[in-house]
Design a protein around this ligand. Structure first.
Ligand code: NAP
Length: 287
């Protein structure tokens, strides 16, 4: 039976640390603050926003939601994002994407100052992640994967890590973070040949494909650590969520595995707060 890598234990430990950090900063007269930019009211965005606000409240960090109607025009929204970027009280910015189709998302992303870009919305942040420049923040989800691996003492140096998925928000930055820890990294995608065999060769397999229960028993091997990033509606149980990994089929084989729900998703909003506090420290010359 595999060890279950619960996200809650990771999140709880991080929250304690962050709460202390917020108190230390407040004692110096500095109040870190997250700015959340949302257009419209998509249920997924509202769900994530609720989690982010709750995490801020638990650690004593301030937040402000900047909300705009779904039909906001380009010029108005550009000014709004520029204003939030220039707002001295806001240290980190989360902007929900994708934006409505009538907006030029690339242009709007570019208006977020890199030093406040705590979820890697800008090409400037992506370049820094690629270049191992620690002043650039990776997206929260890959960072959450790395925090889970670290918390559970999973060795990475010299190990074979396979990342299944090459999106800009998960797969590619995650590969960079694994390289930073000296793993030997393979990135797989929809054109990868012999996919199950490539995945089964990994010491650490991270699945971020967006396909419910795609990773079956033939993708894994004994001794392996499996991190499941996927959040998909369960085709067998509408209204319930499952990962990209078939937990029931793989858990009896591997050494350690994250559950869905209760795995990576439980850690991402805590990472958002962690990166906002780091941004605040950098903006105040403390890091
Ligand atoms: P995405 O942009 O759709 O990218 C999916 C990747 O998987 C692509 O690189 C795609 O390959 C690859 N892929 C798709 N089908 C495949 C197949 N049959 N075989 C091999 N590779 C395949 O998705 P994403 O935004 O990275 O998200 C991935 C999953 O993570 C989703 O379930 C999403 O809901 C979840 N997610 C979770 C969190 C969290 O906090 N836990 C945050 C973000 C996302 P190509 O590039 O070749 O098309």
């Amino acid at each position: 039976m595999a060890e279950r890598l619960a996200g809650k234990a990771v999140a709880d430990a991080m929250k304690d640390e962050l709460a202390n950090k917020v108190q230390e900063l407040k004692a110096k007269g500095i109040a870190p603050k997250l700015g959340i930019i949302r257009v419209g009211a998509r249920p997924d965005d509202l769900f994530y926003e609720g989690g982010a606000k709750k995490t801020c409240e638990v650690i004593g960090m301030e937040y402000e939601v900047f909300e705009y109607p779904a039909d906001v025009d380009q010029a108005t929204f550009e000014k709004a994002v520029t204003d939030v970027g220039a707002n001295k009280s806001v240290n980190g910015i989360l902007m929900f994407a994708p934006l409505p189709k009538h907006l030029d998302e690339a242009k709007i992303r570019s208006l977020i100052p890199v030093e406040k870009d705590v979820d890697c919305m800008t090409l400037g942040s992506a370049a820094k992640v690629f270049a191992d420049d620690l002043t650039g923040f990776p997206p929260c989800t890959p960072t959450a994967c790395m925090d889970i691996l670290k918390f559970y003492n999973v060795p990475l140096k010299g190990k074979k890590a396979v990342v299944l998925g090459r999106s800009l928000v998960v797969g590619k930055p995650l590969a960079m973070l694994l390289l930073r820890e000296h793993a030997t990294v393979t990135i797989c995608h929809s054109r990868t040949e012999n996919l199950p065999a490539v995945c089964a060769d990994a010491d650490v397999l991270i699945a971020a494909v967006g396909r419910a229960k795609m990773v079956k028993a033939d993708f894994v091997k004994p001794g392996q650590v499996v991190i499941d990033v996927g959040i998909n509606e369960d085709p067998d149980n509408p209204g319930k969520y499952v990962g990209d990994v078939d937990y029931a089929a793989t858990e009896p084989i591997v050494d350690k595995i994250t559950p869905v729900p209760g795995g990576v998703g439980s850690v991402t909003t805590v990472v958002l707060c962690k990166q906002t506090i780091q941004a605040c420290e950098m903006q105040n010359g403390l890091a």
